[in-house]
Design a protein around this ligand. Sequence first.
Ligand code: ATP
Ligand code: MG
Ligand code: MG
Length: 369
Amino acid sequence: SATLGILGGGQLAQMLALAAVPLGVRVVVLEPDPLAPAQVCAEHLLAPYNDPAGLARLAECDAVTLEFENVSVEALSWLAGRVPLRPAGELLHLSKHRTREKEALRRAGAATAPFVSIESESDLEGALEKVGGRGVLKTSELGYDGKGQVRVSTAAELLPAWNALGRRACVLEGWVEFAREVSLGVARNAQGQLAYGGLIENIHVSGVLRRSLYLPGDTARAAPEPQARRLARSVAENWELEGLLTLEFFELPSGKLIVNEVAPRVHNSGHLTQDGGGLSQFEAQVRAALNWPLQDFAPKLPCVMVNILGWPEGQEPDWQAILKLEGTRLHLYGKAHQPGRKLGHVNLVAREPAELLEKLAVLETLIPQ
Ligand code: ATP
Ligand code: MG
Ligand code: MG
């Protein structure tokens, strides 16, 4: 039986570990938080991500993967010399930095929003015009859930925005008037075998994913899927992916896809694969990391995922009603409540799209926010 190491012990590691169990794969996570979600189902190395003893234990595994890409270069290269690290350090180096990522996406043939790299105050000069007069300034590193971003609609707002972000290395992106946001996962093993997830439609509220929807057989919604797969394949092969990678796209009104960003791992928008009747994205990452055979991981049934965020006073989800609604599956991560924090999600599955959308309307009323 195989052992898989994971850098990070949050909810993604928890769900990777849960997917590993039926495959007979033991999971070891390196994670400094004693209450981290993955500790309920994995061997927990309670130490910082760069802890020598923790890394040494991970190096004894058959392969190491991650749920969290902001690990130090030193730790990654130490691991890479001793154990198959999937995805590899070079790919992580790209994907943890927005400017490097966009440049590498373009080299792989994928379009991105126009952007200007901001490293000093003089880079702000004329930058907004270069990206089309309206944009969003994002820290190059460490941002997630829309944190570390400021929208900018006039040149005068640019310097205050950069100051508000601590004058750190940033990227100024042109504002994209997208028709939809969609995402697609791709897995590739060390033999070069590829597998894809479905094209999932995402709704964000205040920069945070609220809902992801997948309707197999809806030809209008799936129209950009072949394009998304081509781009995913091109990025996966160009970056020599070993593991799983998720691309977030903006779909333009013309139907053209441009890449917003990538995550070198399973993604919140793919959580509906747990209950949609196909292989889950978590099993796909486990298999890819171990260089096992892959299968596509698109859901077989219409399904939707609704995130559960820490609620404001008096707006707790109606748990009993959620559990009673036919077709729902509740996934809670065991994290302490904090307003706005991702605490879990509900997957809803139905036989027919119309039935799914009807039940979704009910589910939305049970999860306020
Ligand atoms: P996460 O990693 O959690 O997905 P993040 O902090 O990396 O989030 P982004 O994906 O860059 O953030 O942005 C969050 C959301 O903000 C996007 O999904 C989109 O809805 C909106 N957004 C970001 N950049 C742009 C842009 N250039 N034009 C229009 N909308 C944007
Ligand atoms: Mg991101
Ligand atoms: Mg994003």
